[in-house]
Design a binder for this molecule. Structure first.
Ligand code: HEC
Length: 72
């Protein structure tokens, strides 16, 4: 369950720029937020104990929020 949630989010995050930016658009800040999200997802260890996963998911949620604050 948790493993597939992580895999699913990584897949989504790998396509976030083409999904949300107009074709041909380059946006450095948007790209940075997307890259921060990918970093946060990579650091989420689905085998870790709850406390560590909770910490990692807070970092993921902050990465979502940071981009939404500027772009949504
Ligand atoms: C790099 C920027 C970026 C990141 C990172 C990002 N989002 Fe978004 N998200 C957007 C943008 C832009 C929209 C608005 C898209 C639109 O309206 O067409 C959006 C819309 C959404 C929506 C649609 C609902 C709504 O209120 O408009 C959901 C749900 C959502 N994001 C969830 C997430 C989650 C969960 C994460 C983290 C795992 C995340 N997003 C990370 C840019 C981002």
């Amino acid at each position: 369950m948790v493993r597939s949630a992580s895999a699913h989010l990584q897949l989504l995050a790998s396509d976030i720029e083409p999904a949300l930016l107009a074709p041909g658009t380059k946006d450095r800040v948007f790209g940075q937020y997307a890259s921060d999200l990918r970093d946060a997802l990579r650091k989420w260890d689905v085998g870790a104990d709850c406390a560590h996963q909770s910490e990692a998911l807070t970092v993921v949620a902050n990465a979502c929020e940071a981009c939404h604050r500027d772009y949504r």
